[in-house]
Every structure is written in structure tokens, then in C-alpha cells.
Design a protein around this ligand. Sequence first.
Ligand code: NAP
Length: 241
Amino acid sequence: MSIALVTGGSRGIGRVIAQTLAQKGYDVAVCYAGNEAAAKECVSECEKAGVRSICVKADVSRQEDVEAMFATVKEQLGNVDVLVNNAGITRDNLMIRMSVEDYEAVLDTNLKGAFLCTKAAIKDMMKSRKGKIINITSIVGITGNAGQTNYSASKAGLIGLTKSVAREYGGKGICVNAVAPGFIETEMTGVLPEAVKNDYLSRIPLKRFGKPGDVANVVAFLASDDADYVTGQVIEVTGGM
Ligand code: NAP
């Protein structure tokens, strides 16, 4: 039985990733920042698939939280075979108005968080000579986006991290890939003004916004044995945007 840890698994894309992996037979640890009720709901839904599931509170930007989380998961479920670095935040603003605090908060959660979790997961993966690490980046990490200097930088950095870790640990049987969603309907995008949403929609060839399941299905593929010869890649899930 394989064990998956999904950061930011309480809501949005991460929640559906956790549930999809549970349906595929993985035991699932759901990491959340503060929303315990949502994390517990996700655990109940995972358990309905007949697998073991726990939720763990951890701020991924804090090393002590991450280390404690991995210790808890190891004790209660076992070694992590599949790590999904999904936790992410936005603090959008034009760059000249962006505070250093908002810049750092986004880099700390989206990029340093993935670094800390990867560091915590990789030793056990090296020992077992297998492992899948899947980083949820964003299309704006490739294209850039006005108003998202901090977010785009964090997601571009995550692509660099993905490719570098893939090169370092390929010889140990560990595959590291990134998924770059476009516009996915979650609370993160729900706050955007209608005009902004319509502008995105006009640029999506498949003529609809993405759903969390569209991302989760690609993550499940990358986590599976079917993707054992895929590493260092960035898979766009954007409806062609
Ligand atoms: P969301 O609905 O806002 O959910 C964010 C999740 O991250 C929540 O589970 C939240 O936990 C958790 N989280 C936030 N800060 C954290 C921290 N410091 N430590 C641990 N967990 C933390 O976001 P989403 O739309 O599902 O996005 C998920 C990922 O996909 C993010 O990395 C995002 O950048 C990326 N993405 C999203 C879109 C999109 O269109 N939605 C597009 C491209 C990429 P709590 O519930 O406890 O707050």
C-alpha cells in the first residue's frame, strides 16, 4: 500500500487530489494550515474509499512544522511514497504597491514550503529507491502575469526546483514533476472580478474553466507506475490557454 501526503489538502485542488488518490488506493495524509473542519471532511471522504487517512496541521513555510508533520505521518501511516506540494497562496498587487511582507509570504508558502517538504520526504524515498514528488505550479510561472509578481516568481521558482531535484535524485528512482494549472474553479479564483474571469475564459480554447478534478487526474497519473519514466516535466492543465 502506498502512502501519499498532500499539502493544502483541506480545500480546492488539494482536496480533490487527496480524494482521487484515496480512490486509487493510497493511504492519504491531508496537510492543512488552519481550516481543521475542512481537513477533517476531506479525511472522511478519503476513508469512504476504504483507505487510511489522517489530517495534520502544518504551516509548510515553517521548518519545525514540516518536520513534525512528517514525523506524525511516518508514525501513523508510514513513509511517504507520494508527496504532492500543493499548498499555495496569492497576495496580488501591482509590483510598485506590493509590500515586502506580501512578497515574502507568497514565496515562503509556495516555494520554500515545497523545498522543506521535499527535503523532509526525500531521505526515506532514497532508502526505498522509489518515490513520486508532484509540485503544483501554475501557468503564470511560465508566462508571468501582471499583478502577480510574487506569485509568478514563486511558481517559476517551483519549476526550477522540480527540474533540479529531478536531476539530483533520478538515480535513486525518484520522479519529480510539476503540474501547471490554468484557471481552476476554487476559492482562490472565486474572489476574482467577473471581468477578469471573462478575460481568462475568452483565452481558453476548450471554452470552460478547469475543475479541481482536471488537475487531480493528471497528478494521479504522475503518481502512478504508468509514469515511472517521466521526470523533470511540467504538464500544463489549462484547457489550452
Ligand atoms: P485554495 O482553494 O485557496 O486552497 C489552498 C490550500 O492551501 C488550503 O488547503 C490551505 O489550507 C492550504 N494552505 C495555504 N497556506 C498554507 C500553508 N502555509 N501551509 C499549509 N497549507 C497551506 O487554493 P487552490 O486554488 O486549490 O490552489 C491549490 C494550488 O494550486 C496552489 O498551489 C495554487 O497556487 C495552485 N494553482 C491554482 C490555480 C487555480 O486556478 N485555482 C491555478 C494554478 C495553480 P487551509 O484550508 O487550512 O487554509
